[in-house]
Design a binder for this molecule. Structure first.
Ligand code: IPT
Length: 930
């Protein structure tokens, strides 16, 4: 077989829409026989019906064979895992042979063999006769099986090669996972239908095209029946939007079969450089979704697809880009039904050519024109009936070239109703929207103001300047982060040209692994790989939301609250819906304890409500207003919180330090205050209210985040030696207070910090610490943190605190955290990033009660507590590397460096950089209640 052919397939039928039909179909999923060969040269006699496959293994279809013990997965981002020499393929070419027998039901004649997705070069035989081959892994193909079917037993044989000339078109940033990974069906449906359903001012206009005839279309819910192909009808109808996904059941009937469709009326247009849906500006609050399941790879179970859509809806996501290939067709049905705007992206990426200066890029090689067009056609034809799909994307990171024009020209002609998207060509020569990835806030703002740098070609520049702008990828959700979400959203909301964007990306592609819990690149011994770059999602591999998704939910809130004296103003931020589906609840809490809770009455359009009168209560008082679903929605239960806002009603009464201090006294080698003690030599706290501790001391280091690492900060920090600070004690002075003068610095530099601790005892028995920090020398770069670290016995099990929570927060993240009283075990304080790194910091803590003692800030501090040290956290590479030790490591911080999104995109914004500066950290330690 010529695997180096540029031809995308042979013997296949014309592509057509994915449709639900009443025509008989035979599900050929299930257990198949399987054999893997290391090269493409294995004999082809297995295709004979009488071939003896008893020595073969069983393999489920759909699946990827490397996830079932045959070969291994491999991960690369940009790099091709084989030499770049198109159209040639490596000699080592894993080749999977499949066999399955099936019985044809009585009276069955004719039919098509349909494969919804096979990765990557697939040949098919029926009863020993070769039907043809196909490439284009994430797209369907069909063969006419009619002539070769026989009554009773039939044998289907399939050979799937991992590598072919088409592999050069499939360089997406994901695991390389060959196999028949979507459904296989024998169907007698042959219908193709293209429904056109537009919307304007309360009316829907409907028409359709169909293959063959005679056919008619009916929409009972609209009183439409017997509509002929080509005829157009306008009726009163509700529009489809992602917020109000109104679908109408329709049937298309021909003498052979009846297909059912769900029609949504909607019109996507561009006017004055603004993206409109049904005539109104559309703000995309999107995510990039790869198909992924930790056990099944891209063979994603239906329930998991549904879970993705539900999770997105529940986190205020309104759009999805199907990065970087058309998803399983069921996913698009779910988007229609539950409401998400979709950019459907073609199965095309040639990113690795960028590493060789884009030489021989298939995108610009006429030999590949047919293959690229074939992919575009198969996507558009399959998916053309989905109201959720608002744009076609030509692909991702495929450089520039003439084949883009071939794809775009065909798509425009076939479906003028949807704008075209492609990010890889800055000139936008073939697109209708200007799209970029990872542009900084400043650049996005410039584009919003129509003040971007011009293109060299004035005509193209004028064209592009008239286009709406979107970020098809931004805010790279790798590890801890992303930071800077709120600032992006503020820009998207401010400038009409900005149509929003899509976070990179939805899920961590960590594969379930017996030793590592989740594997990433390199864990299968791949010689070329991109490590944990595949772990960059808003949800962990098991779909637990990460703090990044919770932040995103807050930033994407469709309702906002403005507080003024005695009133709250509720602002409707939906593009289409009113607020009638929401209920509003106001809660007043004093020091985190609820004093009043009541419903607020608000008009559906939003407006003002009086906030509750709250009787007095001790401590800081906060008003929280929450918008929750008033009744069950298809995507979320009644009571589900959609949005919230908080305002401070009354600050904490000022704290009385009280009475005269009994003071600190020398006792043997210690300096003692009741059952607390300091080592007289080092001045360090060794006992706190009877608890054996290792005293707070200055710390500047954190286990680098992915963003610290890939953005270059970690390198600077390590070069400076912030992970190996030395502490020199210059003086331990005791009078009314204990003063410990130290200088903290790494070896081999003259930079350092003077750290002076002053300890005293308050009249009510609290230990007060005041730490003065003074940098010496020129600290050019931001530092990881500024605070103290202490260690506690392992018996410390958890903490109750008052301040923002319950989740983690850094200077530019933690938007989801609200002020309240929270409790967590030490374990629960950890965010289990698949690649271990700094995590779990609680910001703005007023006080934290550890049972044996309480720490209070003046006014606040940052808190992290772990059962491992920063060094252990920094050294860990997989979750199981983190093993609880004998101590609890408690960090009490003044400040942290921002998180940013420098793994791809900008680092922390300047206002979130932590520069070494003179500062004082005041902490108060009280005897605990337990
Ligand atoms: C960008 C890719 O489009 C995306 O697939 C993913 O690889 C992401 O990077 C990194 O996780 S391209 C990059 C050059 C910005």
């Amino acid at each position: 077989m010529d695997l180096e052919t540029f031809t995308p397939g042979s013997g296949r039928l014309e592509p057509r829409a994915a449709l639900r039909s009443d025509a008989p179909a035979l599900d050929l999923n299930g257990t198949w026989r399987f054999r893997l060969s290391p090269t493409a040269k294995a004999p082809e006699d297995f295709a004979r019906p009488d071939y003896d496959d008893t020595a073969w293994d069983d393999l489920p279809v759909p699946s990827h064979w490397p996830l079932h013990g045959h070969g291994a997965p491999a991960y690369t981002n940009v790099s091709y895992p084989f030499p770049i020499d198109p159209p040639h393929v490596p000699g080592e070419n894993p080749t999977g042979d499949y066999r399955r027998a099936f019985d044809l039901p009585e009276g069955w004649t004719g039919g098509r063999l349909r494969f919804d997705g096979a990765d990557s070069f697939t040949r098919v035989w029926l009863n020993g006769h070769e039907l043809g081959f196909s490439t284009g892994s994430r797209l369907p193909f069909e063969f006419d099986a009619g002539a070769w079917l026989r009554p009773g037993r039939n044998v289907l044989a399939v050979r799937v090669y991992q590598w072919s000339a088409a592999s050069y078109l499939e360089d997406q940033d994901m695991w390389w996972l060959p196999g028949i990974f979507r459904d296989v069906t024998l169907t007698r449906s042959a219908a193709d239908v293209f429904v056109h359903a537009s919307y304007e001012d309360g009316r829907g206009t409907l028409s359709f095209e169909s293959s063959g005839g005679p056919v008619t279309l009916s929409v009972p819910g609209l009183g439409v029946s017997g509509l002929q192909p080509g005829a157009e009808i306008t009726v009163e109808a509700e529009p489809w939007t992602a917020e109000t996904p109104r679908l109408y059941d329709a049937v298309v009937t021909s003498p052979e079969e009846t297909v059912s469709l769900r029609i949504g009326f909607r019109t996507i247009s561009i006017q004055d450089g603004v993206l409109l849906a049904n005539g109104r500006p559309l703000l995309l609050k999107g995510v990039n979704r790869h198909e992924f399941h930790p056990e099944h790879g891209r063979a994603v179970p239906y329930e998991t697809m549904r879970e993705d859509v539900l999770l997105m809806k529940r986190h205020n996501v309104n759009a999805v880009r199907t990065s970087h290939y058309p998803p399983h067709p069921d996913f698009l049905d779910l988007c229609d039904e539950l409401g998400l705007w979709v950019i459907d992206e073609c199965d095309l990426e040639t990113h690795g050519f960028g590493q060789v200066g884009w030489r021989a890029n298939p995108t610009d090689d006429p030999h590949y024109a047919d293959a690229l067009l074939d992919r575009m056609r198969r996507m558009v034809e399959r998916d053309k009936n989905h109201p959720s799909i608002i744009m076609w994307s030509l692909g991702n990171e495929a450089g520039v070239g003439r084949n883009l024009a071939v794809m775009a020209d065909w798509a425009r002609e076939r479906d003028p109703s949807r704008p075209l998207h492609y990010e890889g060509d800055r000139s936008c020569a073939h697109t209708d929207v200007y799209s970029r990835m990872y542009a900084s806030h400043a650049e996005v703002e410039a584009i919003g103001r129509l003040a971007e740098d011009p293109l060299d070609d004035p005509e193209l520049d004028a064209r592009r300047r008239a286009m709406p702008f979107l970020q098809c990828e931004y805010a790279h959700a790798m590890g801890n982060g992303p930071g800077g979400l709120a600032e992006y959203q503020e820009l998207f909301a401010r400038y009409p040209r900005l149509a929003g964007g899509f976070i990179w990306e939805w899920i961590d592609h960590g594969l379930a692994h017996p030793a590592y819990e989740y594997a990433y690149g390199g864990d299968y011994g791949e010689p070329v790989h991109d490590g944990n770059f595949v772990i960059d999602g808003l949800v962990f591999p098991d779909r637990t939301p990460s703090p990044g998704l919770l932040d995103l939910k807050k930033v994407f809130e469709p309702v906002t609250f403005e507080f003024a004296d005695g009133v709250v103003r509720v602002v409707n931020g939906y593009d289409f819906a009113d607020l009638a589906h929401l209920a509003f609840v106001a809660t007043v809490q004093a020091e985190g304890e609820t004093v009043v809770e009541q419903r607020l009455d608000l008009p559906a359009g939003g407006g003002e409500a009086k906030v509750p009168d709250a009787p007095g209560g001790a401590g800081e008082r906060w008003l929280t207003v929450r918008a929750v679903l008033a009744a069950d929605q298809p995507w979320g239960p009644a009571g589900h919180e959609v949005a919230w806002g908080q305002t401070l009603l009354a600050p904490a009464p000022s704290r009385r330090e009280g009475g005269a201090a009994p003071g600190l006294v020398r006792d043997a080698g210690d300096i003692v205050a009741g059952d607390s003690a300091f080592d007289a030599g080092s001045g360090r706290l060794v006992r706190l209210f009877g608890l054996e501790v290792e005293g707070p001391r200055l710390d500047l280091w954190r286990a680098p985040t992915d963003n610290d690492r890939y953005g270059g900060l970690e390198g600077k920090w390590r070069a400076l030696g912030l992970h190996r600070l030395t502490h020199r004690v210059d003086a331990v002075e005791l009078d009314d207070a204990l003063t410990v003068r130290t200088r903290v610095a790494p070896a081999a530099t003259d930079l350092g910090m003077r750290a002076t601790y002053r300890w005293s005892v308050s009249g009510d028995g609290a230990l007060l610490m005041s730490l003065d920090i003074e940098p010496e020398g020129e600290w050019a770069d931001p530092i990881p943190r500024l605070g103290v670290t202490m260690s506690l016995p392992r018996s410390i099990g958890g903490v109750t605190w008052f301040g923002p929570g319950p989740g983690e927060a850094y200077p530019d993240t933690g938007l989801a955290a609200r002020v309240g009283r929270w409790t967590a075990t030490i374990e629960e304080l950890q965010t289990p990033y698949v690649y271990p790194q700094e995590n779990g910091h609680r910001a703005g803590v007023r006080w934290a009660d550890f049972g044996a003692f309480t720490v209070s800030g003046d006014p606040v501090f940052g808190m992290t507590a772990r059962r491992w040290s920063t060094g252990e956290l920094a050294a860990a590479q997989h979750r199981p590397d983190l093993v609880p030790g004998d101590r609890v490591h408690l960090h009490l911080d003044l400040a942290h460096q921002g998180i940013g999104t420098a793994t791809c995109g900008p680092g922390a914004l300047p206002q979130y950089d932590l520069k070494a500066h003179r500062a004082t950290l005041n902490l108060r330690f009280d005897r605990g209640t337990a």
